[in-house]
Design a protein around this ligand. Structure first.
Ligand SMILES: Cc1ncc(COP(=O)(O)O)c(C=O)c1O
Length: 394
């Protein structure tokens, strides 16, 4: 009955393919989840301590819309020293409610009705819905396991029309765990210049890169700063998902417009969370990011374990190089990724996310998160192996 009051653009959006599985999982005893994409660490103590102190000191008021200037200055210092980025804290940074809000407001601030945005497929679940909610059209470009799920300029160029405005990408990547080579980045940068597009680079996993590799920041490439919006946040690197702090960095002309949307919709990010974020960056620089490195090393151990376990089960899997996901192919089982995950959950009580939740290009794969307790992971591998062997006998 009340449906008639609803905006069809919103009611036509699908429910997130990730959440659907968690709802089923909640009813199954002894379930092990490789599903949710969040650190299994509690936020490091100095960060929590600072947030508590801030509250005890009575810091309970609104802050500047763009975020506390001390936080913006710390963000600028962090990005400069770790990713060679140069931003003005007064005019080019907006502190947002997680990277999630940054994605939304950047798209709304830059896109007009009918504009097209190129995005990688498979890719993070929020991108296409946020593009649609901004009145624009998502144009997926498939990435392939043969190429380690790297987005190529040649594939992008095939999809460029006179409506194309932007390329939205994220490396290290969710769900594939891939990173993007400097060469591919440079080709995409050249393409952006050739077709006068801007780039939205979600770098939320930039601290989680393994084996001595690095993921350069898009805006640090020559000539890119002024046609690039960098999105980042505290959720992954600092294990602060529940505190909801992220940020966008953009040339003043874009940041100013995104700030308007932020101002009219959320006013500012929770002050206590901003205090926590200041502590994350301050303690980080004073301790050479000891906690970040400790967490990364722990994910790295689990990454190796997961990759070899998946390969030993007979699943082909590109070695993940960043974030905390593996994205094996389940094509050999003959099941769709949805069927595979549903049966794995019902028959063996293990949650993985079907690749199709991340776009058509994810079909034939599942996403397994290794930010999970190591003993639980080992038990999950036994169950998955049993499931796969049973499928072979069917
Ligand atoms: C690629 C990507 N971007 C953004 C987000 C959202 O992060 P936040 O918690 O900062 O909103 C996630 C969360 O999983 C993600 O994987």
């Amino acid at each position: 009955m009340s449906e008639r009051f609803v905006n069809p653009t919103i009611s036509n959006l699908p429910q997130s393919g990730i959440r659907k599985f968690f709802n089923i999982a909640q009813e199954i005893p002894n379930v092990i989840s490789l599903g949710i994409g969040e650190p299994d660490f509690v936020t490091p103590y100095p960060i929590r301590r600072h947030a508590i102190d801030s509250l005890l000191n009575g810091e309970t008021q609104y802050t500047e819309n763009a975020g506390l200037i001390r936080l913006r200055e710390e963000i600028v210092y962090y990005l400069k020293t770790r990713f060679s980025l140069e931003y003005n804290p007064k005019t080019e940074i907006v502190v947002t409610v997680g990277a999630s809000e940054a994605i939304d407001i950047v798209l709304r601030a830059t896109l007009s009705l009918g504009d097209e945005v190129i995005l990688q497929d498979p890719g993070y679940v929020s991108y296409a819905p946020c593009i649609i909610m901004a009145g624009a059209i998502p144009v997926p470009v498939k990435t392939r396991s043969e190429n380690e799920f790297q987005l190529t300029a040649a594939d992008i160029e095939e999809k460029i029309t006179d409506k194309t405005r932007a390329i939205l990408l994220s490396y290290p990547n969710n769900p594939t765990g891939s990173i993007l080579s400097l060469e591919c980045m440079q080709d995409i940068a050249n393409l952006a210049v050739k077709h006068d597009l801007f780039i939205i680079s979600d770098e939320i996993y930039n601290e989680l890169v393994y084996d001595g590799n690095t993921q350069p920041s898009f805006a640090s490439l020559n000539g890119m700063r002024d046609r690039c919006v960098t999105i980042n946040g505290f959720s992954k690197a600092f294990a602060m998902t529940g505190q909801r702090v992220g940020y966008l960095c953009a040339p003043e002309g874009i940041a100013k417009q995104a700030l308007k949307i932020h101002q009219y919709t959320v006013l500012c990010v929770c002050r206590t969370s901003q205090a926590a974020a200041i502590a994350a960056l301050k303690t980080g620089k004073e301790t050479d990011y000891k906690d970040v490195i400790m967490m990364r090393e722990s994910y790295d151990r689990r990454r190796r374990l997961m990759h070899s376990a998946l390969v030993n089960m007979g699943l082909s899997c590109v070695e993940p190089k960043g974030a905390f996901y593996a994205f094996p192919s389940i094509a050999s089982t003959g099941l769709s990724s949805d069927e595979f995950c549903e049966r794995l959950l019902k028959e063996e009580a293990v949650v993985c996310v079907p690749g199709s939740a991340f776009g058509e290009g994810g079909e034939g794969h599942i996403r397994c998160c290794y930010a999970t307790d190591i003993d639980k992971m080992k038990e999950a591998f036994l169950r998955m192996n049993r499931f796969i062997q049973r499928l072979k006998e069917e």
